[in-house]
Design a protein. Structure first.
Length: 442
């Protein structure tokens, strides 16, 4: 009997998903466990596996369509089987002209003139979001792309073929390359191929621009950040601590981690560990501000800001205050990796009671992090700077930037938290030894 495959719901807050790519075509044999299609939420990418053997009889949506969760996506069954009863349930699907258009303008302006013949009558090229993204990054020459997707849509494998065949344009010279033969890497056109042609002599339109459609994730991030700043009275305090001890501890752990059976504990892990301990002593900072009430949490669920390819993500390290340093390190690396690869569950992107964001690795010495509502505070970890002790001895200081909501927390309590955190980190080894003596494992 034919089986209908629906669009899964990944997390209770997810209402619809983008069908990114079909892995099986109509008529293909399907085995249990085969990947049928790839889909994405506003935060992550997932693959849908077949649960039964059969044949792909019908695909009810195209790549790039926004499909409501639990909606029918495709039909699998025996070849020649009657599936009219299932097709009838899709009569309310919007027509192609009414459906949400997920095609994109040609992303690389260097190829605008050469791809004119490939543009459809609607004025837009049929190209999947993933193919468009790959074309932008690789400067693939879309004018020679051979579309293999449904109804002439260019999909990711078509762009990969272009890259493999060296069909690229160099962005710096693409606007006036004309018919020049590329002698650069992978056949790209370089300035040497232009015979001394000056950009000014090519009569370039100085008003030309490249317009990229705003992604769903970018919209969500923008809305959240704007809402945070417009609804909160945010104030940032900056301080620093002597980082000598945490770097010595890191050095010792690094050389003995295999002997001690420890993971690769990083400076960021140590900051998260210190935050999880100090936070429990400052209830108003480990809280959600709900207007009429402030919800204080008994455990620290720390959000970890991650710079993922698709944009900022903040996975949550649940019950961080109950973890040993080694467990915290392993769990932090796991959720960070899941966020960066786009394979994280949406349920791990909620529930944080406090957030830590680290820009110190990028050389930022001080910044103003933006709070994730309804949390009341966020900590920014900054770069190292050299300071002098009273006796003139230089030392490496690490900066911390604490933003708090003045509607929920006053300046003095926030400053005390920051002071306590700096003191904990400056004496990290001593504090860890104290916890070990109290029965808390490293």
């Amino acid at each position: 009997m034919a089986q209908v495959v629906i669009m899964p719901r990944q997390g209770i807050s997810v209402e619809s998903c983008i069908l990114v790519e079909w892995k099986k075509s109509v008529g293909d044999a399907v085995k249990k466990g085969d990947i049928l299609f790839v889909y994405e939420t506003d935060k992550a990418v997932f693959e849908e596996e077949a649960t039964e053997d059969g044949v792909m009889l019908k695909q009810l949506w195209e790549e790039g369509d926004d499909v409501v969760c639990l909606e029918n996506v495709c039909i699998i069954g025996s070849e020649g089987e009657d599936i009219s009863q299932f097709e009838a349930t899709t009569d309310n699907k919007p027509s192609k002209d009414e459906a949400k258009e997920e095609t994109a303008e040609v992303a690389v302006k260097e190829t605008i003139e050469t791809v004119a013949s490939e543009i459809t009558s609607t004025g837009r090229m049929k190209i999947s979001p993933r193919a468009k993204n790959l074309a932008e990054k690789s400067n693939a020459d879309l004018s020679v792309a051979q579309a293999s997707g449904p109804e002439g849509r260019i999909i990711e494998r078509d762009i990969k073929t272009l890259i493999k065949n060296g069909a690229k344009v160099t962005s710096a010279v693409g606007d006036y390359a004309g018919g020049a033969i590329g002698t650069g890497l992978a056949g790209s056109v370089t300035s040497n191929d232009l015979g001394g042609i000056s950009p000014r002599k090519a009569n370039i339109d100085v008003n030309a621009y490249n317009e990229v459609k705003t992604t769903n994730m970018r919209k969500i991030i923008g809305k959240a950040m704007h809402g945070s700043l417009s609804q909160m009275a945010q104030l940032t305090l900056n301080s620093s601590f002597d980082a000598t001890q945490i770097f010595e501890f890191r050095k010792n752990i690094k050389t003995k981690k295999e002997e001690l059976g420890l993971s690769n504990i990083t400076i960021n892990d140590m900051v998260l560990f210190a935050v999880s301990r100090v936070l429990l002593k400052h209830a108003d900072l480990n809280a959600h501000f709900l207007g009429d009430t402030i919800r204080h949490y008994e455990t620290a669920n720390i959000g970890v800001a991650v710079d993922a390819e698709r944009g900022l993500m903040v996975p949550t390290l649940f019950e961080a205050s109950q973890m040993s340093l080694n467990d915290l390190s392993q769990n932090a690396k796991s959720i960070i990796d899941q966020a960066r690869t786009g394979q994280i569950s949406p349920d791990l992107l909620t529930g944080g009671t406090f957030t830590v964001t680290n820009l110190g690795t990028l050389g930022v010495e001080s910044f103003t992090p933006v709070i994730n509502p309804p949390q009341t505070a966020i900590l920014g970890v900054c770069a190292l700077t050299t300071k002098l002790k009273p006796d003139g001895t230089p030392y490496q200081a690490m900066g911390l930037s604490l933003t708090f909501d003045h509607k929920a927390v006053d300046g003095a309590p926030a400053a005390v938290f920051l002071k306590d955190l700096c003191e904990y980190l400056a004496s990290f080894s001593s504090n860890l030894a104290l916890e070990a003596a109290q029965g808390v494992l490293v």
